[in-house]
Write a protein that binds this ligand. Structure first.
Ligand code: A3P
Length: 348
């Protein structure tokens, strides 16, 4: 079936073999192909349609906190902040859950669709498989290991998602709190480029220039960028959504932690917040190690490019852009932020 309607009301459209052929030139492909979710054209492995309806129907709890981002915007950083604030604010080293990697303490709702990838399907994602058999006895893997682990997670849950707001349940912002982190699109693109080259489900082979142009066209997985960010930006007055940016976190992490403390109603002390800032700093997180299974990445390439904690700076795009690409992107940014009031900092 080429077209389908999701519970969220969105129509889906499978990519044609010609479109798939072009995309396949640079990367590893998905068994069931790719799909666009209309009208913004979100591009996902086609199997996503199965999981999106499940996610739409997922039971929401009033104390759930969602961290929603476009990929490579600082998700892992904020995810760890939220997780420790909610589940281990004193950073007790004997906390049992804390011994698990972040990606099984706080599940990524997008992740199940990646198992449909030819390369990833061959690997053994141990921490997820083990957790699934432990906390979801009798349940079927095909229904989504990650989503079902998320459903059984102890409360309060910290749930990660790269799906845009509109693909979640329509009551998400009525029932739960959402933290949205945006990052300037130049650094998002550069960070994504480095990442997709070293993960098994992409092993991207194209140039940065080609990647940048496909990013602007929305022809990459999990794109397009602007509607993702702008949907959240338009909700930034909603009391259940905290909108922030990677750049603001880099400039004043204590200010951000105070805001989040208030947003979550936690009443943590200044002393606790200082410790959390240190615990979630780039160097501390890098020292503790990658929060995901080795099976997910191509080890030698991954290590060479710095792993999950690659550079952690503002403005790395300046090390990668030609003047022409910069002009093109500036124009694309101007066209898209026009009349929105959204302003990004582009780094020092
Ligand atoms: P770079 O690739 O520019 O270094 P995400 O978690 O959304 O995938 O985002 C990854 C980006 O956030 C990477 O950017 C990574 O280095 C950066 N990052 C992760 N943890 C961080 C931290 N504690 N402080 C600052 N940056 C961090």
């Amino acid at each position: 079936m080429n077209k389908q309607r999701l519970l969220s009301g969105h129509e889906t459209e499978l990519l044609t073999s010609e479109e798939l052929r072009k995309i396949r030139e640079d990367r590893v492909m998905y068994k069931s192909g790719l799909v666009r979710i209309l009208s913004d054209g979100w591009l996902y492995p086609a199997i996503a349609t199965r999981y999106l309806d499940w996610i739409y129907n997922m039971e929401l709890r009033p104390d759930d906190v969602f961290i929603i981002t476009f990929p490579k915007s600082g998700t892992t950083w904020m995810q760890e902040i939220l997780w420790v604030m909610l589940r281990n604010p004193d950073l007790d080293p004997n906390n049992k859950e804390m011994k698990e990697p972040l990606w099984v303490r706080s599940m990524d709702l997008c992740f199940d669709m990646f198992f449909d990838n030819y390369e990833l399907a061959k690997t053994d994602m141990k921490s997820i498989a083990e957790k699934f058999s432990r906390v979801c006895p009798g349940k079927k893997k095909e229904d989504g290991m990650v989503i079902q682990i998320a459903e059984s997670q102890p409360l309060p849950r910290v749930i990660k998602s790269h799906f845009p707001l509109e693909l979640h349940n329509k009551d998400l912002l009525k029932k739960c709190k959402v933290v949205y982190v945006a990052r300037n699109p130049k650094d998002v693109m550069v960070s994504n480029y480095h990442y997709v080259r070293v993960i098994r489900n992409e092993n991207y082979q194209g140039s940065l220039e080609k990647f940048a142009r496909d990013f602007m066209k929305g022809d990459l997985l999990l794109c397009p960028y602007w509607p993702h960010v702008l949907q959240a930006w338009r909700q930034s007055d909603n009391p259940n959504l905290y909108f922030t940016t990677y750049e603001d976190m880099k400039d004043d992490i204590m200010g951000q932690l105070r805001n989040i403390n208030k947003f979550l109603g936690k009443n943590l002390t200044e002393e606790q917040l200082k410790k959390i800032a240190k615990f979630t700093s780039f160097s501390s997180m890098k020292t503790r190690g990658d929060p995901i299974d080795k099976a997910f990445y191509i080890e030698d390439l991954w290590k060479k490019q710095g792993g999950m904690f690659r550079k952690g700076i503002k403005g790395d795009w300046k090390n990668h852009f030609s003047p022409e690409l910069n002009q093109e992107m500036d124009q694309w940014i101007r066209d898209n932020v026009k009349d929105t009031g959204l302003k990004f900092k582009f780094g020092n």
